[in-house]
Ligand binder design. Structure first.
Ligand code: GTP
Ligand code: MG
Length: 511
């Protein structure tokens, strides 16, 4: 096995957790040591992002949009009931992993996607592994999960079990340990208009997807998908603007979901998928141009409903209309027709870009970058420490548990690892495990959610002198709060925040 120093870690925090694991390995039981080996393996792997949410919310469609290829089966077929892990590989291939650990390669279908039906006994399948030569997957492993029904505890359990399975490549881990180290490290949570954001059952899928690890603003983003299907007139202040309605609804959901998630962004997964995965062809552009030439009355009738769009008598063949409806839905078609009205000479490529712009995917990608990619080190290190703790608890040996506990305390006491404490504190506050007055809770989030000093202090763009003074001021404030006025639980958080400000002050002062 390779040692910590030979490996490539996402950053200094992960490297510190890796050193902790390697240092502890000789001092723990064989089984716990095997668990630590798994933690080490995961620390050096790309960030694991699960796409989770209710059934048919458009998770697989969004996965395809992110990867830029229609590879995850959408809509129907047995694969939609399985967890599929999309990861980087030098040769494109799909493997079925069975519950007994055996694997079987399956060919892609004619369109380059995972076949909707696998031709194997689905009950014996643990999950699928798809390896793709894809730039996005170099630093993110994307996990497509089956949809969770509202009240369906069984499917929550199934996803939990599936996400926990299959990580045990060399068969050394018992189920408890496996669950302790498995699970996604971050979640992209897909909601639609129909989902009540405060529905605790909807939030249960968070927990399922992360194998019971807490999700919070550090590692979870939500999207309001199918923004195109929102009836603008039902949203106050939106007028007849669908995108505005989606933005307003997303803001409302953010109020309910925060601080469980960093953000709720509107998106039209279907348009993003079509525009990004080669689903929009020159023939589609041509068909849209033909539709744009129809007289006003016919065009309006067609756009009234999906049924009328495909069944109403007109010159564009019904089959062609079905295809573009499936790829773009009425809203996308309307966008395209407006673009053609404005510029009848618009090229297929420009039309595709217009659809991509309308999909809102760019903002989602940007948030993925700032929330997940930029913080991968902290997220992975925190997940790794949680796994290490869970493994030592699962061992049932009090001595071992104490040794691991002590080693973690030593690690967390180091200035360079304090950010992990802050992440832990932030997650407790975000999850409501420790209640704080709203302004203080927000401050904890701010200090923990960035690695940029000015942003942590809430003073972007200010001079160093001002930042230094403010860091010291807040450090002192949190220290006195921890001694006077705070409950014991708040006091522990306050102590962590105080030290974060203090370290920030030291760092700013020394340049
Ligand atoms: N109009 C519209 N339809 C969408 C959008 N995103 C997905 N769909 C459609 O919704 C249906 C379900 O999409 P999937 O991606 O299979 O949803 P899923 O959440 O993966 O479904 P399960 O895995 O079965 O839970 C498909 O017919 C998609 O084409 C969207 O943004 N707008
Ligand atoms: Mg799906």
């Amino acid at each position: 096995m390779s040692t910590a120093s030979e490996q490539h870690w996402p950053g200094p925090l992960s490297a510190a957790v890796a050193r902790l694991c390697t240092g502890l390995q000789p001092q723990v039981s064989e089984q716990t040591a095997a668990g630590f080996a798994e933690v080490l393996r995961r620390l050096s792997a790309p960030l694991q992002v699960a796409v989770a949410g209710r059934i048919k919310s458009g998770k697989s469609t969004l996965v395809n949009a992110l990867i830029g290829r229609r590879v995850a089966p959408t809509d129907v077929g047995e694969c939609t009931r399985l967890v599929t892990r999309f990861q980087y590989g030098t040769v494109d291939r799909v493997e079925v992993v069975f519950r007994d650990g055996s694997k079987q390669a399956v060919p892609f279908d004619a369109d380059g996607g995972i076949p909707a039906d696998l031709g194997v006994d689905i009950d014996q399948v643990s999950h699928l592994e798809a390896y793709l030569t894809n730039a996005v997957l170099r630093d993110l492993t994307v996990i497509d999960t089956p949809g969770l029904g509202s009240m369906d505890a069984a499917s929550v359990a199934r996803t939990e079990e599936l996400l926990g399975a299959g990580k045990d490549e060399d068969g050394e881990l018992d189920p408890v340990s496996r669950n302790a180290v498995a699970g996604a490290e971050a979640v992209l949570y897909v909601v639609t208009q129909g989902v009540r954001a405060d529905d605790e059952h909807a939030l249960a899928s968070f927990t399922a997807a992360t194998a019971s690890r807490e999700a919070g603003p550090v590692n979870a983003i939500a999207v309001l998908n199918k923004a195109d299907t929102i009836e603008a007139s039902t949203v106050d202040g939106a007028g007849d603007d669908v995108w505005k309605a989606a933005t307003l609804l997303a803001e409302k959901q953010a109020e309910l979901l925060k601080p469980k998630v960093a953000d709720v962004l509107p998106v039209i997964g279907l348009l993003a998928e079509t525009a990004e995965s080669g689903g929009f062809t020159a023939a589609d552009a041509e068909a849209l141009r033909e539709l744009a030439k129809l007289d006003e009355a016919t065009r309006e009738t067609l756009l009234m409903s999906a049924d009328l769009f495909t069944s109403w008598e007109c010159d564009v063949p019904a089959g062609t209309r079905s295809r573009i409806l499936e790829r773009m839905d009425l809203y996308g078609i309307r966008c395209a027709l407006e673009a053609i009205d404005a510029d009848p000479e618009i090229t297929a490529g420009a039309l595709r870009r217009r659809l991509l712009d309308s999909s809102g995917l760019a903002s989602v990608l940007q948030r993925l970058d700032t929330v997940f990619r930029a913080r991968a080190d902290g997220i992975k290190a925190a997940a790794g420490l949680a796994s290490v703790t869970a493994l030592s608890h699962a061992s049932g040996d009090p001595g071992e548990r104490q040794r691991v506990h002590d080693a973690i305390e030593v690690l967390l006491a180091k200035p360079e690892a304090h950010q992990l404490r802050v992440l832990e504190a932030l997650t407790l506050v975000a999850a409501g495990a420790v209640t704080m007055p709203p302004d203080l809770a927000e401050e904890v989030m701010r200090v923990g959610s960035s690695t940029d000093a000015a942003e942590q202090l809430g003073l972007p763009g200010r001079h160093r002198k001002e930042l230094t003074d403010y860091a010291l001021e807040r450090a002192n404030w949190w220290r006195s709060f921890s001694s006077f006025g705070a409950t014991p639980a708040q006091g522990r958080i306050a102590h962590v925040v105080h030290r974060a400000y203090f370290l920030l002050w030291q760092q700013l002062r020394s340049g």
